[in-house]
Design a protein around this ligand. Structure first.
Ligand code: DGL
Length: 269
């Protein structure tokens, strides 16, 4: 591996651009090659077997781009496919998921009680309670699947009366009320961070995976002496199914206009 190779990043859709944004601001010299699996979005209600198969194809595509590491910018895929992908590709590339970095940052911040919202796939996998236990954390946590949120946000549908009502329906759960912080355990959710904060009258910290993930990438690349010193090539963005309003919606996630190309992950690369 060399410093000038790109970082591969993927998600089920364009939600993972929230992670790209965090990587870009912490590591501006890195080139990023992004894949959003819009053809199969949402991952949240798919079986682990299907998600593993989609992710395998995406990793194979990113390997054709000669990336120096791969980031799974999706909680659902990190929950159900990260171990499988690591054991399949361990000889070729380092693959990091978004979950451990978020857990370690929560433990470091010494929270005692947190709430977690995520897709059905993430919550059902029980990955957060399992990993907190693995780190011997005695944190009290309550997690809730909020399956309507990611598809709604992917469509750019938030910040309005209907999305507010959907969010309230989930957040009114008694178990959230005494928590110090809420983890938005889905890379689509940073877009509704303000709405969640407002719902709780700004009395809770609202956390997400993006910044801890960017810090973990920086540490890994630094340890391996792989941090890029100058940005030689522009970022590349791919989706597996192109829809017209796509560049418009991705502007919301990413903050600036990006050029997106379509790829077919079911064909040979
Ligand atoms: N962004 C994905 C995550 O972090 C989920 C959205 C989906 O269901 O595809 O879990």
């Amino acid at each position: 591996m060399t410093k000038s190779q790109a970082i591969g990043v993927f998600d089920s859709g364009i939600g993972g651009l929230t992670v790209v944004k965090a990587i870009e601001s912490l590591l501006p010299h890195e080139q990023i090659i992004y894949v959003g699996d819009t053809q199969h979005m949402p991952y949240g209600d798919k079986s682990p077997e299907h998600i593993k198969a989609y992710c395998k194809r995406i990793v194979e595509f990113l390997l054709t781009k000669d990336v120096k590491m791969i980031v799974i910018a999706c909680n659902t895929a990190s929950s159900v496919a990260a171990s499988y992908l690591r054991s399949t590709f361990w000889e070729q590339v380092e693959i990091m998921g978004v979950i451990r970095p978020a857990i370690l940052s929560i433990i470091e911040k010494k929270y005692k009680k947190i709430g977690i919202i995520g897709t059905q796939g993430t919550i059902q996998s029980n990955i957060y309670p399992t990993l907190f236990q693995e780190y011997h954390s005695d944190i009290e946590l309550f997690q809730l699947a909020t399956p309507l949120l990611a598809p709604m946000i992917e469509q750019g549908f938030y910040g309005n009366k209907v999305s507010k009502a959907v969010l309230e329906e989930y957040l009114k759960n008694d178990q959230f009320q005494d928590k110090e912080a809420i983890l938005l355990a889905c890379t689509h959710y940073p877009l509704i961070k303000n709405e969640v904060a407002t719902y709780f009258n700004h009395t809770k910290d609202i956390l997400d995976n993006a910044e801890p993930m960017a810090n973990a990438i920086k540490k890994y690349l630094y340890d391996k002496n792989l941090l890029s010193e100058t940005k030689l090539n522009e970022n590349q963005f791919y989706v597996t199914e192109y829809t017209q309003n796509f560049e418009e919606t991705s502007k919301i996630f990413h903050g600036s206009t990006i050029h997106i190309e379509a790829i077919d992950i079911h064909h040979e690369f």
